[in-house]
Design a protein around this ligand. Structure first.
Ligand code: DO4
Ligand code: MG
Length: 285
């Protein structure tokens, strides 16, 4: 079942029917046993028509986040380790990535507060002081306050490769700035974990032409989701839950950098497609 945060409230899509839920986003998604609760709602509520559903979903869909923090895991796929070792070779930081890929403790970093997160069909930004920029397509977990994974969404962990490559200690600047994260289009709520064979695909278009595309599956991840959640929740409390991007599995070739107006489409099987256009923050142009 899929939950959409829309301007008019919350839309639940389940078994080809749709329902409007009159609830507050944070308390709804943080509920114990969310999947069972949504199933009950679908049994006790009258479905809206397909016409009304399409009208609601053609309106602006908001990112599926309330006041949660967004965290991110790094170097969880070989592709990410290899690309980062290459980009940091001259700074002497390559061995950091090699070590963290194999270490028991994963790399986890704070990515965004909710106000910096972009939604489906809106802009994500590149930094004006960065000449090498990429999107990072990442399966993103929603974990409730008790540390239980209740849902999945699509994340884009926008990154400056030039800033991170110059010095690994610049990671927060490479990763955290306005609209450097996107989430959406919905929260997939399941009572069983998402299938590891789920495909992740990214397409980048420039003036209508495809300038990059690649695909892989979640099964290539080095670590389990419960392992990542265990480290994140070991010394932090999240009263309304948290989002955790699980690391990029696709990296465009070193010659590629994003340009303004590029369109990034990230698809994850079972969730949908998150589409964002690349922009520059008008306040900092
Ligand atoms: O090590 C830096 C960040 C890694 C990352 O964001 C990723 O692997 O997705
Ligand atoms: Mg990432």
């Amino acid at each position: 079942m899929k939950l959409y945060k829309i301007a008019k409230g919350i839309l639940l899509e389940y078994n080809d029917s749709a329902y409007i839920i009159d609830d507050e986003w944070d308390s709804l998604i943080n509920r114990d046993d969310l999947a069972a609760y949504l199933q009950l709602i679908s049994e006790e509520t009258t479905a809206i028509s397909a016409e009304v559903k399409n009208e609601y979903l053609s309106d602006r869909i908001l990112p599926p986040i309330g006041s949660q923090e967004v965290w991110a895991a790094g170097v969880t796929y070989l592709k990410s380790r290899d690309a980062r070792m290459e980009e940091s070779e001259t700074s002497g930081g390559a061995s950091l990535y090699d070590k963290v890929y194999d270490a028991p403790r994963p790399e986890l970093f704070f990515k965004a507060i909710a106000q910096r997160v972009a939604g489906h069909h809106t802009e994500v930004y590149i930094r004006k002081d960065s000449e090498w920029n990429v999107p990072e397509p990442e399966l993103t977990l929603f974990i409730n306050s008790k540390g239980i994974i209740q849902g999945y969404t699509i994340g884009n962990d926008m990154s400056s490769r030039s800033i991170e490559g110059e010095n690994a200690l610049y990671l927060p600047q490479a990763k955290i700035y306005e609209k450097s994260a996107a989430l959406g289009p919905c929260l997939l709520v399941t009572s069983t974990p998402i299938a590891t064979e789920s495909g992740i695909k990214m397409i980048i278009k420039r003036k209508g032409d495809t300038v990059y595309q690649d695909a892989t599956t979640v099964s290539r991840i080095k670590r389990s989701f419960t392992e990542l959640v265990g480290y994140l929740y070991s010394e932090c409390d999240f009263p309304v839950g948290s989002f955790l991007m699980t690391g990029t599995c696709l990296v465009p070739p070193p010659t590629f950098t994003l340009q303004q107006d590029d369109v990034v489409e990230i698809t994850i099987d079972g969730i949908g497609t998150l589409v964002n256009t690349i922009g520059l923050n008008p306040k900092h142009k």
